[in-house]
Design a protein around this ligand. Structure first.
Ligand SMILES: Cc1ncc(COP(=O)(O)O)c(C=O)c1O
Length: 384
């Protein structure tokens, strides 16, 4: 039989993460590519999963998510950002931020709608939009501070534009959007009646006294913004896949319509554990932030006398490094994994318009100190 996949599916290439992780294993390389911690989150939270399971919380959860988790998310955002999301109908629990993104995009993007995406982008935005039949319109964030041209952004808006996807703090650059940038994006969104899908999974990972500002807190933006986050990043359990979206009840209804026929409901015991975790988050966050700050500073310091000059990230657990001028990211990433036993991510795959990605590599510092030391040692061994 000739297997003919759908035209939509054929548009989707193998993810660079899958390819690089396979190469890392084949070459027994230290993996600084893969974007998740190689260490456990807190034990006390694991205990909560056991507890929930022992208490019999093992059947399907309500499709919108368990009440305590929705209540605790709503209370958390009220306390830290002074924003009101009704746990009744403005919060939905999803299978990680990934499902929240997929369902949000599918519930608002029609065939032919244009969607503004900043590049380098977290790759699921691009493929979610393409799967929904939307047309991605890319705006480049330029080195070294990954700022964008306001005029180019404004000119990219047409009468077909429906959505802007924002990722703040940003993967892969570690950029945190400034208030001025957020105000500008908000102005344009209001003027053109656009929807914002704001992926804020790294909301608690900012450095150097930079504060995260959810775009939904800017006047006029709450009603038009779907804010997405995830416990995976905050508690270091990416495999639990507990995420959420907060938005106006009509958006939540749309997201719920898609989710009914994809996942229907999310892992029950992990929802209970995360609900408990959120009640302890203020005690938990200072050490969490300190841990990642130390890792960021360690990698910046160590790379100073290497051929890979770091671009200091203000958020997330990623860092972009410049590579030697005559090199290209893809070839170098393959050379590094094969000959120097260190896996990185070639970021040109996160660009569609610009060539800037070819001049950098992305590293992830959500790694044990030992992994970081070994990975950096291998990077430093690289000489021209
Ligand atoms: C920017 C961004 N959004 C979403 C996700 C996916 O989050 P989750 O694991 O909660 O689905 C990731 C994971 O790396 C990410 O970096």
């Amino acid at each position: 039989m000739t297997i003919q996949l759908s035209k939509r599916t054929e548009k989707i290439p193998e993810s660079v993460f899958t390819a690089m992780s396979r190469l890392a294993i084949e070459n027994k390389a230290v993996n600084l590519g893969q974007g998740f911690p190689d260490f456990n989150g807190p034990d006390w939270l694991i205990e909560e999963v056991y507890k929930a399971m022992k208490e019999g919380k093992n059947q399907y959860a309500p499709s919108i998510g368990i009440l305590t988790l929705r209540k605790n998310i709503s209370a958390l955002y009220k306390s830290i950002y002074d924003i009101d999301w009704s746990y009744d109908n403005e919060v939905i629990i999803t299978m990680g931020a990934t499902e929240a993104l997929y369902s949000s995009i599918h519930s608002v993007v029609d065939e032919g709608d244009e969607v503004i995406i900043f590049e380098p982008f977290y790759d699921s935005y691009m493929y979610d939009v393409l799967l929904a039949g939307g047309i991605p319109k890319l705006i480049t964030l330029h080195k070294p501070d990954f700022s964008f041209d306001f005029e180019e952004f404004e000119n990219a808006i047409t009468n077909k534009t429906k959505v802007i996807i924002l990722n703040n703090p940003q993967n892969p650059t570690g950029k945190v959007y400034t208030k001025k940038e957020l105000d500008f994006i908000s102005d344009i969104a209001i003027k053109n009646d656009l929807i914002i899908i704001s992926d804020e999974v790294y909301e608690f990972l900012t450095y150097d006294n930079v504060n995260h500002i959810p775009i939904s807190t800017i006047p006029g933006m709450k009603e038009r913004t779907i804010t997405i986050s995830s416990a995976g990043k905050t508690f270091g359990f990416t495999g639990w896949k507990i995420g959420w979206a907060c938005a106006n009840k009509d958006f939540i209804r749309g997201i719920h319509s898609v989710r009914q026929w994809t996942t229907f409901a999310v892992n029950t015991p992990c929802q209970h554990a995360v609900a408990f975790g959120l009640t302890k988050i203020m005690e938990y966050l200072p050490d969490f932030r300190k841990l990642y700050l130390q890792k960021r500073d360690f990698i910046i310091q160590e790379l100073k006398d290497s051929l890979f000059s770091p671009i200091i990230p203000l958020g997330s657990y990623f860092i972009m490094v410049n590579i030697p001028e005559n090199k290209n990211d893809m070839e170098l990433a393959i050379e590094l994994v094969k000959d120097y036993k260190v896996a990185t991510i070639p970021p040109s795959v996160f660009y569609s318009n610009s060539d800037e990605g070819k001049s950098m590599l992305r590293l992830c510092f959500a790694k044990q100190d030992e992994t970081l030391k070994n990975g950096i040692k291998n990077l430093k061994a690289y000489k021209l």
